[in-house]
Design a protein around this ligand. Structure first.
Ligand SMILES: [Zn+2]
Length: 136
């Protein structure tokens, strides 16, 4: 899934925990769950840069207006996005480095879904997760 999806969902779910450390590791677990949902992953670097800028934007917004977000949103979000660092290193190095994270090494499900359905499912997941946060 996109970095923005992982940060938003990790932050909105695990970020509800009061302890930053548990929020961070909860975010990592949310990455596993999200990767199991069929989704689109971009292949071009330019989309990665745009995704990263948007993800950093939501983290800055959470820092600037924390009252709009769960208490440890930033830590849950960072934990949610962290596993994809190995994907970034692999892509930038151009080397075939074997992935470690279970959903990247195919130990747990990681199902591709073509554009545009794979994009819209991520929008729906973020909307549902954010909606649940605001309702409860
Ligand atoms: Zn991933």
């Amino acid at each position: 899934m996109y970095c923005l999806t992982h940060i938003a969902c990790g932050g909105m779910t695990a970020g509800r925990l009061s302890n930053p450390v548990t929020a961070f590791f909860g975010g990592v677990i949310s990455h596993l769950i999200l990767d199991a949902i069929p989704h689109h992953d971009y292949k071009k670097t330019v989309w990665g840069v745009i995704d990263l800028i948007l993800a950093l934007g939501i983290l800055l917004l959470a820092r600037w207006r924390p009252e709009l977000f769960p208490p440890t949103f930033i830590w849950g979000g960072l934990g949610g996005a962290l596993p994809d660092l190995e994907v970034v290193f692999r892509h930038l190095s151009g080397k075939d480095i074997p992935p470690i994270f279970p959903s990247h090494s195919r130990l747990t499900p990681h199902t591709p879904l073509a554009w545009p359905a794979g994009f819209w499912i991520q929008v729906a997941v973020v909307v549902v997760v954010a909606g649940v946060w605001y309702l409860f």
